[in-house]
Design a protein. Structure first.
Length: 156
């Protein structure tokens, strides 16, 4: 039973992350935003397609709790198996640049970071500490208050 609850929690956190990612893209005036899971469930690498200033993007969204179960900051968000190969396939399919968005949730706030997959230089995880310092990617939202009940989403 606990495994099912944990799987549901992670899936729900991922879906919440995609909604917050779309909100951040809307606020940053991206166009033609669409959730690729509405088109094809589990598209390789990407969750969102969007455009801005004539540039096309396919974006992998990674939503995580800011803190691990042990209380330490969750500093690296894994991209998943064969992320670069999958990104290349999806980028070609949509004639778009592969990007990532990292959504960091805490009990009362969230942050959103975005960057080109290429800026990770082959790394298999997004270094959140470097995102927070502005060393990699772009800070789209920093410690903004959210208003949902976070208890369900906490690591357990």
């Amino acid at each position: 039973m606990n495994n099912k609850k944990e799987a549901a929690r992670k899936k729900s956190l991922g879906e919440l992350g995609e909604l917050f990612a779309i909100k951040a893209l809307v606020d940053a005036e991206y166009d033609r935003i669409r959730n690729l899971n509405d088109v094809h469930m589990n598209e390789a690498f990407a969750d969102i397609y969007c455009e801005k200033d004539g540039k096309k993007y396919v974006i992998s969204v990674k939503a995580r709790n800011k803190y691990q179960l042990n209380g330490k900051i969750n500093n690296r968000y894994n991209l998943g198996t064969n992320a670069y190969e999958k990104a290349a396939v999806t980028a070609k399919k949509y004639d778009a640049e592969p990007y990532w968005m990292a959504i960091q949730f805490d009990e009362h706030s969230y942050s959103v970071y975005m960057g080109a997959l290429s800026c990770l230089e082959g790394a298999r995880a997004i270094p959140i500490d470097k995102c927070e310092k502005g060393l990699i990617g772009e800070v789209m939202v920093h410690d903004k208050r959210h208003y949902f009940d976070f208890d369900f989403y906490k690591n357990s």
